[in-house]
Design a protein around this ligand. Structure first.
Ligand code: PBG
Length: 346
């Protein structure tokens, strides 16, 4: 402590307020709530399919009928929102199933909308799960690795966003990191009268190694090159605040920082700069897999470590967290034993 502060508060004895659980509960600065949870799912073609993703125990590839069951459970647990990813039956150069009227996510959106009408449905808007090359946009004619044609790709992304909105998505979430996509999507939606569909932009999305398990789950690893020509460079923090500013100027209703745990400084910076903008953080596949693997080995207490991680994401400034642990967290938060467990954090 600074000597000046000690002089200002000569009687300070902070441990007084840590003495009992009730005291700690009363002065707690951050309260984790089910209201801020968003649950991601992977939809696959077929019927009666429910296959665990090997690198993400507890996460499944599910056909539409199974996702509908899952959606009912998610709604019953009080989780407000689901984020949908799709694995198409066939991939092609332009990722046409991303915007097909009957594309896999569009089918799921219609079915869930009927089964769980109050659930907030968020569609991940991207091409990488649908393209044969695995990039989030369309590679250009020169074969520079990972080179993506920005404006041509925007045209395809906007088609996907429109198809998702028409199928019932409350929110479309562009995750491609191409320039100008928020504005392109907003105009395309408005032109079709889809003025109530909101945009959650993956505004500060980094070229992160922590997406590894997701790319296995979504079969979306780039077939050549990498995503560093469009996703952000991990060492850059100030740039993230600028990216968020551009997306807000283009009409984003909510913004996201992704990944979450290694980027809490970015979450904090974005929240400090734009305190009034709803901010989501994506606790990505690799973050999930790390804790899960350690828990399965008996090296970490899953409940305590997941709750601590999510509480810290909220403390950094996230209003919402996208997490594969959402259903477990909702159950834990509603269990009476929770408060004493949370405070048992070492
Ligand atoms: C699609 C997309 C990715 C994730 C969400 N949307 C993968 C990527 O950019 O390679 C990652 C989610 C996760 O790791 O949990 N562009």
């Amino acid at each position: 402590m600074q000597p000046a502060v000690r002089a200002q508060f000569p009687q300070a004895r902070p441990r007084r307020l840590r003495r009992t659980e009730t005291l700690r509960r009363m002065v707690r600065e951050t309260r984790l709530s089910v209201d801020g949870l968003i649950y991601p799912v992977f939809v696959v073609p077929g019927g009666d399919v429910r296959e665990e993703v090997p690198s993400m125990p507890g996460v499944y590839h599910q056909s539409v009928d199974q996702v509908v069951e899952d959606a009912r459970e998610v709604a019953d647990l009080g989780i407000p929102a689901m984020l949908l990813f799709g694995l198409p039956s066939t991939k092609d150069w332009e990722g046409s199933e991303a915007w097909a009227h009957d594309g896999i996510v569009q089918q799921a959106l219609r079915a869930i909308r009927r089964a769980a009408p109050s659930l907030v449905l968020i569609a991940d808007t991207c091409l990488c799960e649908y393209t044969s090359h695995g990039h989030c946009g369309i590679p250009g004619p020169d074969d520079q690795p990972g080179f993506i044609e920005n404006d041509r790709s925007l045209e395809l992304l906007t088609r996907a966003a429109v198809a998702q909105a028409e199928a019932g998505a409350d929110i479309v979430a562009p995750s491609d990191m191409l320039d100008g996509r928020v504005q392109a999507i907003r105009s395309a939606l408005d032109a079709r009268g889809l003025v109530d569909t909101a945009i959650l932009s993956y505004a500060a999305k980094y070229a992160s190694a922590f997406y590894g398990p997701f790319r296995e789950a979504a079969e979306s690893a780039p077939q050549f090159g990498d995503r560093r020509g469009y996703q952000m460079d991990p060492p850059n923090g100030r740039e993230a605040v600028r990216e968020v500013g551009y997306d807000l100027a283009e009409g984003a209703d909510m913004v996201m920082v992704k990944p979450a745990l290694p980027y809490l400084d970015v979450v904090h910076a974005v929240k400090s700069t734009y305190p009034d903008v709803p901010l989501a953080a994506y606790n990505v596949s690799g973050e999930y897999a790390m804790l899960k693997a350690a828990a399965l080995n008996g090296w970490l207490d899953e409940r305590r470590s997941v709750l601590e991680a999510l509480t810290c994401i909220a403390r950094a400034g996230a209003d919402m967290t996208i997490t594969y642990s959402a259903k477990d967290v909702a159950r834990w938060l509603s269990s009476a034993a929770l408060s004493s467990e949370l405070t048992a954090v070492g």
